[in-house]
Write a protein that binds this ligand. Sequence first.
Ligand SMILES: C[S@@+](CC[C@H](N)C(=O)[O-])C[C@H]1O[C@@H](n2cnc3c(N)ncnc32)[C@H](O)[C@@H]1O
Length: 279
Amino acid sequence: MDKKILSGIKQKPYFTEGNFVLYNQDSIELLKELPENSIDMIFADPPYNLSNGGFSVHAGKMVSVNKGDWDKSRGFDGDYEFHYKWLEACKRVLKPGGTLWVSGTYHSIYQCGFALQSLGYHILNDISWFKPNASPNLSCRFFTASHETLIWARKDKKAKHTFNYDLMKNGNWPEDQLKKPNLQMRSVWAIGTPRPNEKRFGKHPTQKPIDLLNRIVLASTNKNDVVLDPFTGSSTTGLVATTSGRKFIGIDTEKKYLDLSIKRLKDLNQNIKNIIKFA
Ligand SMILES: C[S@@+](CC[C@H](N)C(=O)[O-])C[C@H]1O[C@@H](n2cnc3c(N)ncnc32)[C@H](O)[C@@H]1O
């Protein structure tokens, strides 16, 4: 990891291994200590502010939607203020051509989109991530929610950003029934929720699939770029960044999720060592 980038941070990292660094802190506070114009890409999966006592279905059973205090709503204005502040902090640290991805459902994504526009980001795409295996709807009074939206935006209106067009068009994307070989990649992606073996070290309640982050990281960064995730959770972003030779900074307020991230990273590094040994 480029030492200059981390030199202004007062708190010691929670964990470091090679180019993978985790901090246990509020991301708005930590981002203030990073240098301006230093980060190539940010992937952010902020709280959806949904943990207010409702119910959903999982594996055919009714389950509480409460994920933790970190996911409680602060009310409409409070939630918007939170989204505005972290997006503002991210904009300062991004390089001019750096890009930011934000994911969310209809509960949060419109506030994030409005904040992005208010802050002068240049929106590049809104991706519809269709989940072919999404849970059914319990009440049978609405359509079954089966997608999330990802907004991809650049810091500066005029700067040039990274988009690995050929890889997206001609690469191998077998997980996606909508991607036709050798045709341009479109803005609707069919990618299932995380496979059971992605959760073998424990569950994060809103863990993102490796396949989704793999596509995002490969599309919008190059080798040795610095990728940051301000709501890293189980660090799906960091695992993909490590596998593909990018540097990674992950931030989360919950130690239990950082511990899960460390288990996942250690397993990944062991697998990489085994592959090298037997190659
Ligand atoms: C939606 S989850 C991210 C899940 C992650 N994408 C994954 O694949 O595991 C949001 C995460 O943000 C963390 N969080 C919430 N508020 C935060 C804040 N102000 N600063 C840093 N982390 C925060 C939560 O602890 C939670 O792990």
